[in-house]
Ligand binder design. Sequence first.
Ligand SMILES: Nc1ncnc2c1ncn2[C@@H]1O[C@H](COP(=O)(O)OP(=O)(O)OP(=O)(O)O)[C@@H](O)[C@H]1O
Ligand SMILES: [Mg+2]
Length: 388
Amino acid sequence: MATINNPFNPSFGGRPQYFFGRKQELSIVSDALGNHNSPYRTLFFTGNRGCGKTALLERLSGLAGNAKWLTIDVHSANASQSIVRKLIGANSITTERTAESSLGFAGASFKAGSLRTSETVSYDALDLSDTLLETCSSLKRHEGIFITVDEIQKIPEADMENLCAAVQMSMRKGMPIALMLAGLPESKELVSSYRGCTFMRRVTDIRLDSLLVTETYEAFQHLMGLVSNVDVSEGAIDEMARYSQGYPYLMQLIGYYTLEEAPLPALPQVHKVGKNDVRFAKAYAYEQFRTNVLEPVVNELSSGQRAYLRSMAIALDDDGQARTGDVAQIMGKNQRQLSVVRDRLIKKRVIVPGDRGCVRYNLPRMHQYFTDPVAFPAFDAADTWKHV
Ligand SMILES: Nc1ncnc2c1ncn2[C@@H]1O[C@H](COP(=O)(O)OP(=O)(O)OP(=O)(O)O)[C@@H](O)[C@H]1O
Ligand SMILES: [Mg+2]
């Protein structure tokens, strides 16, 4: 193991040491903060596991904080209650009341002729609308309130409705408020289907996928350039970019293991990182990616959907596309019988339509996964389909 200060840190859900890419998303939000009439003060960010939703929300929150907005970041558990608590600045407020001793009752403590009682005031989700309005209208040091909510698909319907009602009311009153939501693909459709959240249908859904090609190369160049005993070759950068396909978590993994596994010398000597160092790191990166992204994604699918993906792996051409007719043939079905399965996979953004009559995987290393004997020791696509 090389001992270096590795700039890559592929901890899941953790804040990256160095944030890369997403320039367009950052600029949309940055503009919205300065423009009271922007339609992008409420946004949805959706994408598959590991595409960087949490990392982006963190970054946006930092951006808003720098622009002097009051930032509130909450997770799915008790979202609206957490916002109230954070707005108020404490979990609960304890007030002390003093009364005459003659009024004594259970639980009271006597002190020098007077009675002192402690009253704990807990705030619940129902207070959100009022609290938000009050805080918004009394802001002095802040430009507005910037709320981020992660893992939106896990928020119970009632909680989400409460949050929507409060934010809508504040916006209606012209208050400076921004709401950034993040969740898995289809979470926007889910939330928009709640009775109290229909305005979510009109909110822009920014679909997070891989970074742009230029952003990907720039990121590897920049982070590798931070390591003093490393000189990275163009070939190695290219190998990392192609392997990760610009998918942020896989970029973190391949960058991390390339540096961890390379024989790095002590300064002033320098190791020239080449393609071979990257190739060596791939097995480690893949294993983590399989466990933390591919398996959770695939495990949530029906057996018919899994069979479709597996059959795609068999039908895939050199450009990474599979003809839907070939997939059907492998599964012993006709294309019409498979259209529901295919459409569901497209909605879940596990696959995307390719050239006419073709589909592609939408997650990197999926081909490897579905031809991986460890993941699928003895898989018969046609057989699995029979059980659907
Ligand atoms: N833009 C980015 N720059 C640097 N690292 C990133 C970026 N986006 C994501 N990462 C890294 O990739 C990993 C996964 O990111 P993150 O946890 O944000 O994904 P997610 O979309 O929230 O996944 P999940 O749906 O499972 O919650 C983390 O290690 C994170 O630091
Ligand atoms: Mg996340």
